[in-house]
Design a protein around this ligand. Sequence first.
Ligand SMILES: Nc1ncnc2c1ncn2[C@@H]1O[C@H](COP(=O)(O)OP(=O)(O)OP(=O)(O)O)[C@@H](O)[C@H]1O
Ligand SMILES: [Mg+2]
Length: 405
Amino acid sequence: MGSVMSCCADEKVNEGFYGNGGDGTWRIFTYKELQAATNGFSEENKLGEGGFGSVYWGKTNDGLQIAVKKLKAMNSKAEMEFAVEVEVLGRVRHKNLLGLRGYCAGTEQRLIVYDYMPNLSLLSHLHGQFASERRLDWKKRMQIALGSAEGLMYLHHEVTPHIIHRDIKASNVLLDSDFEPLVADFGFAKLIPDGVSHMTTRVKGTLGYLAPEYAMWGKVSDSCDVYSFGILLLELVTGRKPIEKLPGGTKRTVTEWAEPYILNERFRDLVDPRLKGNFDETQLREVIHVAAMCVQSESEKRPTMKEVVNLLKFGRERGGTMRRMRIQSIKYGEDLMAIDQSSEEEEEEEEEEITSKDEILEVEQSNDCGVFGEMEAQRMEDPYVHKRDKKRARNDSNRPRAGAH
Ligand SMILES: Nc1ncnc2c1ncn2[C@@H]1O[C@H](COP(=O)(O)OP(=O)(O)OP(=O)(O)O)[C@@H](O)[C@H]1O
Ligand SMILES: [Mg+2]
């Protein structure tokens, strides 16, 4: 992919350039072509918005439906994300990973082109515009759990060098017309050289999904993705957000909520009420067992994604022995909960040039802080919150950090 990386800096991109990626070939698009395909990046074509920029639906001249991600602001961090995304996408090919259709890199623009996923993201079904339609029955949820686990297993165990995603969450699991999941967004991904078990890096990711050792010390390894996947499993089963706001204003993580039910083996009480009791009880026990193993605070006790796939496919008999079914819920520090934007109130207009991912700051090495006390991270993104909410949360995040919790 060296050629792709060098193209990013070159305005005169080679329009005839083709490569392998996703389920076929990718190519370089011109800005004009993408502008035409998306009706001039019109609001009506807008599918959603994230830290990188906005995503638009489009149709190419040859009739292909595409999703075009358009960089919001040109700065070094955004450019790095773009380069990492294109670099990683060019290396991977799996039925459960969203492949690259192409990209456009001029002086002023950075755009990435993907296949359009008609069922949008898992987030839109659990907490967004499709939530009331209840299209996710138990079978589909299990299909989504297994498919995303397989995509992650491929990244961790099958591709060389192996890849840590670092931003596993419901909005980054897209759904095709058959509700087959495709893991997306590799802008934060880390390529791990052979023989390296973990690295220390700046913290990126989304509040609610971050493993404690990563949040506190920037220690990144495969098992950070495993932790995030565990949160995703809990979200799939319970229909709850990773962090929810309680009536009194305090915020609670899904692990805090689930912990007593799991300890007391009250598994039925964990299930999303929107399923109206239609679920498989054996599968429920298995999936909660897997989730509980994934969200353990000690990273070395978490299973690998290979073990997770086996457990989800075959259950404990073939996938491994049953460990004690309990979770230790992670409590976020109050200052961090305060910057979670998913439930903030309205304020002024948003400033376009600042993106949520710009606000990710360096983590300082500190041994005397409590869980998440010294962590700074991206706020929980909720695309269904009004734009103005983001400004308020951003202002909050610029406050001096509070002490350890
Ligand atoms: N290929 C696609 N097909 C259909 N919809 C898509 C596609 N890619 C993205 N979307 C929609 O656009 C939304 C925004 O995606 P985007 O990745 O920019 O933001 P995000 O996932 O919410 O946050 P983040 O920037 O942290 O990843 C998604 O939630 C999804 O609904
Ligand atoms: Mg995304």
